[in-house]
Design a protein around this ligand. Structure first.
Ligand SMILES: [Mn+2]
Length: 293
């Protein structure tokens, strides 16, 4: 292969590049047809956040005289969800129920939670676990049950759930916005957080679904750092989940409601206009706590 001077000739270099590059590109295309375009754009800087969907916002209003109930991360805990709704004396035709995302993941009854949410007319923002399930679902729909998803764990429960989720339940998650606004209460619901330095329409959906802190001025998934909610100055009050490690957070303009039900702790809701918390204890511990709330 080598030329007589020990170096490759121009034509040998071209041929070798071609022989190496073509199988690599074919492989990438098989994994994800979009990857070839991404590869061409900025291969070294490609991250999971670059796959996040375009921002969807939705405004909702309460029924006349009705309450708004915001509920933290359910994670498949159907029994606790039903207990909490009973404790709240929830009336589907009167109350507006807004879930803070992560209906699925880790817990025992993911599909039942989506089914029940749909049945009682609940709205939800999209959580990181819901999004991961949808990424698998959409990839499998276009490429078959063995498709892989970039930056997603092929051994995860999401991949298995995606193969069997009923279409109408997947559609319930597909239509979920990333931000729900309730103007009459000056309230916003997101799964994880908001970047306090950006307006609502400039928020990045990856951060909306994953952030916990501000580190070096930027949103971060890390637990260590300044909680983003502590520096959110309003004027809207933001209701969020995703941070079971910190648990209940009550800042002047931000209220965190993920109290780790799936880890055997509590399922928590907040009621407007009463400004009252309502909680139930988990019936069991369904998962070991780690960082991927
Ligand atoms: Mn989460």
């Amino acid at each position: 292969m080598a030329a007589s001077n020990g170096r490759l000739s121009f034509y040998q270099t071209m041929l070798l590049s071609f022989v190496v590059a073509v199988p690599v590109l074919v492989l990438l295309m098989r994994v994800d047809p979009h990857s070839i375009f991404l590869f061409a754009r900025s291969p070294a800087r490609m991250k999971k956040r670059d796959f996040a969907p375009p921002l969807v916002r939705k405004a909702l209003s309460a029924n006349p005289g009705g309450r708004v109930i915001l509920m933290g991360d359910i994670h498949g805990c159907l029994d606790e969800m039903q207990l909490l709704l009973k404790k709240l004396n929830f009336q589907a035709d009167r109350d507006l129920l807004v879930l803070l995302g992560d209906l699925v993941g880790k817990g025992p009854k993911p599909f039942e939670v989506i089914q029940h949410s749909k049945a009682i007319g609940a709205h939800t923002v999209l959580g990181n676990h819901d999004w991961t399930l949808l990424r698998w679902y959409e990839q499998q729909r276009s490429q078959g049950p063995d498709a892989l998803v970039p930056f997603a764990n092929p051994d995860s429960e999401h991949r298995k759930l995606a193969r069997i989720i009923p279409k109408d339940l997947a559609e319930y998650l597909q239509q979920a916005p990333h931000i729900i606004e309730i103007p009459e209460h000056n309230a916003i619901a997101v799964h994880a957080g908001l970047d306090p330095s950006l307006s609502l329409d400039k928020q990045h959906t990856f951060d909306l679904m994953h952030m916990r802190t501000i580190v070096d001025g930027k949103p971060s998934e890390k637990h260590k750092g300044t909680p983003w909610a502590s520096i959110w100055k309003g004027p809207q009050t933001v209701f969020f989940g995703h941070d079971a490690k910190r648990g209940l957070q009550e800042h002047p303009y931000a209220i965190g409601l993920d109290t780790g039900c799936v880890y055997g702790k509590q399922l928590t809701s907040y009621v407007l206009p009463e400004k009252a918390l309502c909680r139930v204890h988990a019936l069991a511990s369904y998962a070991a706590q780690n960082s991927s709330d």
